[in-house]
Design a protein around this ligand. Sequence first.
Ligand code: SAM
Length: 199
Amino acid sequence: VQKSTKSIPFYLALVHYPVVNRNGAVIASAITNLDLHDLARLACTYRIPQCFIVTPLKDQQVLAARLIAHWCEGAGRESHPDRWQALQHLRIVPEVGVAKREIQAVQGRDPEVWATSAGAGRAVLTHRAARRQLEASRALLAGPKLMLLGTAWGLAPGLIEAADQVLEAIQPDSLYNHLSVRCAAAILVDRLLGPERLG
Ligand code: SAM
């Protein structure tokens, strides 16, 4: 398989605010070290230019920056160069709007925002249709895309409503549907960017 080095104008955002807690209240969730590593490696593997880490909390921004710096400078970088290569894909921003502006500055066009959720909701963008839209983006026949991933109990309703599209949920044939954001992100990215599975 010809290995492409060309990245695709498709971005991820791991959103820590606004998200909801178990009671449906809008909160700002704490950053999880594991999320940063897994999403960075996912972005690197699928040639996604950047995964934005969204949090308005200053102490969380400092924590995330320290985590990333540990692996991108000094001892961490020497001992695990492949980790450094992945973590380079992370970008800490205070809100989704900043991520959108940064993408616009690089790509020259505003990104279309795709929200994700385990729950059904308004008319969704199927995985198949999303793949087609990404193929158009890759050929620069359409603008960049930004997929929002939630933490805690999911993206806040206001953020989902403000999105341009809601991506079709991963619907396992089971009653249990509580994927971690790391697993959900990996499944969605492979469905959207991985080899097309027929049927
Ligand atoms: N009940 C929450 C919801 O409906 O989004 C699940 C939150 S889960 C811990 C965190 C994130 O993982 C979600 O915000 C969403 O981005 C993603 N996620 C989890 N399950 C998913 C599914 N079945 N389909 C699509 N995304 C999912």
